[in-house]
Design a protein around this ligand. Structure first.
Ligand code: SF4
Ligand code: SF4
Length: 187
């Protein structure tokens, strides 16, 4: 049986992976390491795992993928790395490989398909979902549900931000004074 490994285009580049000198200076800046204190949940650990898979010393299996999944891709580690490891590029390529060669169970694929193919690219659907959520929050139903949920789920539910009145609404267009020369977007 062939080992599952990185393959095809957009693999993590070995020249990026070997830039890590394992100094550990990034560790305390990594939120997942600070919470878990586990090496595989650190930037250094995740790079090490990617290099081991790239070199064929480790199989691309669920245990390895889970450590990359927990990465928030915040790239704080990249900002503090004295060796200039392009962590963002590494984790982006790792995730392309995981999606391509190890898409996971049906429920995970279904969730990705719904979120990334059906919801996020469609502002109309996002607006509709936002309206539903706003109604859920403002009708008092959210408070009721929160009271009924068991501990862990209640905590997750409480993280839901309060939706503002405008959410993914079409932007307000301010006409130019005089002749229009450019089109400028302000976030
Ligand atoms: S990623 Fe950078 S800071 Fe972190 S261990 Fe590797 S070389 Fe050190
Ligand atoms: S991107 Fe953020 S969460 Fe991921 S390894 Fe770097 S610091 Fe940690």
């Amino acid at each position: 049986m062939t080992r599952k490994t990185f393959a095809g285009p957009e693999q993590p580049l070995m020249e990026d992976l070997i830039r890590c000198v394992h100094c550990g200076l990034c560790l305390n800046y990594c939120p997942t390491y600070r919470v878990t204190r586990l090496e595989p949940e650190s930037p250094r650990g995740r790079i090490y795992l990617a290099r081991a898979v790239a070199e064929g010393r480790l199989e691309l299996n669920d245990d390895v993928i889970e450590h990359w999944d927990y990465c928030l891709a915040c790239r704080t580690c990249e900002a503090v790395c004295p060796s200039g490891v392009p962590y963002g590029r590494i984790i982006e390529r790792v995730r392309v490989q995981v999606m391509r060669h190890h898409p996971g169970p049906v429920r995970k694929r279904l969730f990705y398909w719904l979120a990334f193919k059906q919801l996020f690219p469609d502002p109309g659907r996002l607006r509709f979902l936002a309206r539903l959520l706003r109604l859920y929050q403002r009708s008092g139903l959210a408070r009721l549900v929160e009271r009924l949920l068991p501990g862990g789920l209640r905590e997750v539910h409480s993280l839901m931000p309060t939706l503002p009145d405008r959410f993914f609404d079409p932007p307000e267009v301010v006409p130019a004074r005089g002749g229009r020369r450019f089109r400028v977007g302000l976030l």
